[in-house]
Design a protein around this ligand. Structure first.
Ligand code: ZN
Length: 202
């Protein structure tokens, strides 16, 4: 399976990192070894002193597709989940400065915690609120209404380069409020009021 992520999909987050709002979705991928499931603990890697949480809505692909038109994209996913796109911000900044790819800063082991999924049958996917709490304190809130590129646009865009297969995941970008995690932190993510993801940082 493949894991795609979208960078800079919320204006306020693009701004907090000093990035311009992009014309097309910014796409990168993580290997499947990045996944962290079932509430397993996240271990801060020793190559970074500044690992940031980025809470994101995650699309799970339910049907094989290539060159999917935006108007039909909704037929290719039936569940949404919540995940964290962990980012070694210090390393990413160094790689960006050198014009190098982000994989080392974004795709390392455990960098993609994923929680439960929920059916989106009858759900307005353009109005899904979500949040992340760190040690019981609200640190990030977002709503899919504020996405620069809609879920349909993202699925369509990615499928024009990569065949999407059943089970592939797409992390759809983080809202503002990203911040550092340290050993001992407890993270819990919500869609609406429902807890979807919870784990500890070690
Ligand atoms: Zn992200």
């Amino acid at each position: 399976m493949k894991i795609f992520c979208i960078g800079r999909n919320y204006g306020a987050h693009a701004k907090e990192l000093g990035n311009a709002v992009p014309e097309n979705p910014v796409v990168f991928a993580k290997p499947d070894t990045a996944l962290l499931k079932n509430g397993e603990s996240f271990y801060v890697p020793d190559f970074s002193n500044d690992v940031h949480h980025e809470v994101e809505l995650v699309i799970k692909i339910s049907k094989v597709g290539k060159n999917i038109q935006e108007k039909f994209a909704r037929n290719y996913f039936s569940e949404i989940g919540l995940g964290v796109d962990f980012t070694a911000r210090d390393l990413q900044t160094e790689l960006k400065t050198k014009g190098l790819p982000w994989e080392l800063a974004k795709g390392f082991d455990g960098s993609a915690p994923i929680g439960e999924f929920m059916s989106i049958e009858g759900v307005n996917i353009h109005d899904i609120s979500f949040s992340l709490h760190k040690n019981g304190e609200l640190v990030q809130t977002g709503n899919s209404a504020d996405m620069i590129f809609s879920m349909e646009k993202i699925v369509s865009f990615i499928s024009s380069y990569f065949t999407l297969k059943v089970g592939d995941l797409i992390y759809t970008g983080t809202p503002a409020g990203v911040g550092k995690v340290v050993a001992g932190d407890k993270l819990e993510g919500f869609i609406g009021n429902k807890s979807m993801l919870a784990f500890e940082v070690k």
